[in-house]
Design a protein. Sequence first.
Length: 186
Amino acid sequence: MKIIGGKHKGKNFYMPFGIRPTQSIARKALFDILGQDLEGMTLLDLFAGSGAIGLEAISRGAAKATMVEKDPKCVDVINENIDLLSIEPNASGVLPYEIIQTDAFAAVKLFARQDKKFDVIFIDPPYGRGLAKKALKTLEGYDILHPNCTVVVQHEKREILPEKQGRFLTFRQKKYGSTNLSIYGY
């Protein structure tokens, strides 16, 4: 896989064995919607897998990409990818990433207790378990979103997500084969 935009454009990164990666076309569409320049923004990547979305956000100038992944093998790959891309602290000495190895739902609760807030939240749970809808409901119950936050859910097309989920309202949907991107405004 390759980074498709920003400072690290064209650089390869590793994929963990046995996961379903976010296709390049879906990543491109996501960043076309979010904007090519994420300067100063904070992104939360729940169910991070390889870290592709967080790495892409860092490449495009995000101040911080927080990647949450439960599987220790995937966390190892995310760390390898950060090394491979030579991602270093910013001018203030702050790392532009954070990797948290825990369950995505526990992480949301932890961030609420820590009063952390995000500009963009990307959710890409394993398919076939109904986790996309559960993740949306969990986000609704915890205050971790900045005003005007965008929540993007990648899910299989068979999992139908609501147009309105509490404070979230769908403003766009894109379909890529068996994958849907549902974009919610807050």
